[in-house]
Design a protein around this ligand. Structure first.
Ligand SMILES: [Zn+2]
Ligand SMILES: [Zn+2]
Ligand SMILES: [Zn+2]
Length: 106
């Protein structure tokens, strides 16, 4: 007699992903923020506003966060396939992988 386990993989819960690991670190080309950031490039082009800024760590593009109306950082991820953004906010030093959905510091 044996028991049949139907254990399902648990869905990740926000805030509990500390053990998750990003497998895209070799895609990082840009580690430092530019010295001056005028704002989200796409928002500036259309006259929109944003909440916070993120920098693509593959190409250095500045985009706005998912709390912003136009979410240009994640739009850039979907369009370009660049998985990792770094916070461009003063005093913040974390990165986020859109694929693995994990925060980390580099
Ligand atoms: Zn990743
Ligand atoms: Zn934007
Ligand atoms: Zn990029």
């Amino acid at each position: 007699m044996r028991e049949v386990s139907d254990a399902k993989p648990r869905a990740p819960v926000a805030g509990s992903a500390v053990s998750e690991v990003c497998t895209h670190l070799d895609s990082i080309e840009v580690r430092e923020l530019p010295p001056a950031i005028p704002g989200c490039e796409d928002c500036l082009a259309i006259g929109a506003s944003w909440v916070q800024l993120r920098m693509c760590q593959s190409c250095g593009r500045i985009g706005c966060c998912d709390s912003s109306p136009n979410r240009h950082a994640s739009a850039h991820f979907r369009a370009a396939g660049h998985p990792i953004v770094k916070s461009a906010e003063p005093g913040e030093d974390w990165s986020w992988c859109y694929v693995d959905e994990v925060f980390f510091a580099i």
